[in-house]
Ligand binder design. Structure first.
Ligand SMILES: CC1=C(CCC(=O)O)c2cc3nc(cc4[nH]c(cc5[nH]c(cc1n2)c(C)c5CCC(=O)O)c(CCC(=O)O)c4C)C(CCC(=O)O)=C3C
Ligand SMILES: [Fe+2]
Length: 394
């Protein structure tokens, strides 16, 4: 990692001036809604990615256990309704459409629908707080592909709300969730020596290293190479952002729970086992905890709803790992439709949208990594070969 090769971009090149939008596209991951959907869904998710068949069979069982239904679509429908209510309460005229990467309603169908309804300036809101290929660029590529598939390139203009990992609307509910988990351990008599685990999706180490802009922070100041511990501890911006939020959360609960040790761990790894992915795996991390840990709080920090990766990989697998060693554990909720999260998302919309030329809302950020960029550099999060995207600079 070197910053010498590329000049820093000016701050303004990553911040899009406020504009008037005419609708919101809530962009989700998508999930199956019945047993017959499971395999076609998994083929969609893993297309061209070399995820072994055995892994697909294994993941299919997670869905089969719940009738082939992932909770994620229902959660996104609820989020859409909550956003509509908050938008209406603020007197904004912005209908919310919902589309997914990997299951119906697909982006292409939703773009056709919102265009048929007479909309042309779309602000995209992605259901991921952090930066990575899977959490940012993949959405931007898939929406660009849908735009080209529908032939609506000249008809629709699409911008995207920045990643919001350090927005108070995401951070505050996570603080209260961890505080609640620590209180629950104490109430059960397991609070003598608690530990907090923040869990996020493992991604290939190369993808983590490539996450976010290569050459500078979003505000144009250089990446802290050789001095910035949040970058140098590994995992690129992806892990740096999550460590920063975990640190904030633990600082915030210090008044009531001082000196509680914590770790950032990774879950749900897939792909070729010989390729390095971010570690430690949550289950190995639980096994490696000191014997005198009295109770564990598990925060699914990397996710915004209690979807299958939470319901299975945490509530089933990780809690079972805890059970095997007799460790009391509390898995705390994701932000979901928590009112501060919903309101924060609409604040993020209002950083960008001003219907009547009034001043946009302040760009709030609780860490010095943010506020994150509105547009990404062209090579941001590029893995194997770059596809066209929406919301990139230049
Ligand atoms: C960073 C990240 C997020 C967080 C950001 C975000 O939320 O977008 C995320 C979310 C999710 N991942 C999900 C499901 C899956 N992810 C898979 C596979 C993969 N995820 C990856 C990364 C991420 N994934 C990666 C690098 C792969 C390897 C293959 C590839 O590069 O494509 C597979 C394939 C099978 C397997 O697990 O091996 C499935 C089924 C669901 C839906 C859950 C439900 O149905 O409720 C959600 C929200
Ligand atoms: Fe990105």
């Amino acid at each position: 990692m070197t910053t010498d090769a590329l000049p820093p971009l000016a701050a303004s090149s990553r911040v899009v001036p406020p504009a008037s939008y005419d609708c919101i596209l809530l962009a989700g991951f998508g999930g199956p809604e019945g047993q017959d959907d499971v395999i076609p869904y998994l083929r969609n998710v893993t297309r061209g990615r070399g995820v072994p068949d055995e892994r697909l069979e294994e993941v299919a069982l997670h869905y089969r256990h719940f009738g082939g239904i992932s909770p994620i679509n229902e959660q996104n429908r609820e989020l859409k309704v909550a956003l509509e209510a908050e938008i209406a309460a603020r007197g904004l005229a912005l209908p919310v459409y919902w589309g997914n990467r990997f299951w119906a309603p697909y982006f292409a169908d939703v773009l056709r629908e919102l265009h048929a309804d007479g909309h042309c300036r779309v602000l995209v809101l992605v259901t991921t707080a952090f930066s990575s290929y899977s959490g940012c660029r993949a959405y931007r590529e898939d929406i660009a592909a849908a735009l080209s598939e529908t032939g609506l390139e000249g008809e629709l203009a699409l911008d995207k709300v920045r990643q919001y990992f350090d927005h108070p609307g995401f951070v505050e509910p996570n603080i209260d969730a961890v505080r609640g988990g620590l209180r629950a351990l104490a109430a059960e008599g397991n609070g003598a020596r608690p530990h907090v685990i923040f869990s996020t999706h493992s991604i290939p180490s190369t993808a983590a290293d490539a996450s976010g802009p290569r050459e500078s922070r979003p505000d144009g100041t250089p990446v802290p190479v050789g001095g910035g511990e949040e970058w140098n501890a590994g995992g690129g911006w992806y892990a740096a952002q999550q460590r920063a939020i975990a640190t904030l959360v633990m600082d915030a609960v210090k008044d009531e729970f001082p000196d509680v040790p914590w770790s950032l761990v990774y879950q749900s790894r897939s792909g070729d086992p010989s390729v390095p992915w971010l570690e430690p795996d949550i289950n190995l991390a639980i096994e490696a905890l000191d014997a005198d840990v009295s109770g564990l709080v598990i925060s699914p920090l990397g996710f915004v709803s209690d979807h299958m990766e939470v319901a299975w990989d945490l509530d089933n697998e990780a809690l079972e790992t805890c059970g095997k060693r007799g460790l009391a554990a509390v898995r705390v909720p994701t932000v979901g439709v928590e009112p501060r999260f919903v309101s924060g998302l609409v604040d993020l919309v209002q950083e960008r949208h001003t219907a009547d030329g009034s001043a946009p809302m302040e760009r709030r950020a609780l860490t010095d990594l943010g506020p994150w960029q509105d547009v990404c550099p062209a090579d941001c999060c590029v893995g194997r070969g770059s596809k066209p995207t929406i919301a990139s600079a230049g």
